[in-house]
Design a protein around this ligand. Sequence first.
Ligand SMILES: [Zn+2]
Length: 94
Amino acid sequence: MTRVFAVADLTIGDFPGWWLDVRCRCRTVHQPLRMLSQAWPAETCLADYARRLRCRHCGIRPVHVALIDDPRLGAVGFPTSSPQRRLVITAGPI
Ligand SMILES: [Zn+2]
């Protein structure tokens, strides 16, 4: 069965084992959705959540936010046989 969805409709509760890959101009932060769902209602729209984010270091909004299945995949020095699954939530200044 194929699951069809719109990225704009994704919520924090939709992918409990996944992570948010949040990038600003100075760094990348990975936020586990499992932890976000403890602080935010599960029905919170990920795009709305991403619009509220600001980097704690430089204070700007992220330039890229994506859902990823495992932040270790694709990391330097981490051997992997499967590619990282990634759903872009926002790209470009938000
Ligand atoms: Zn920053």
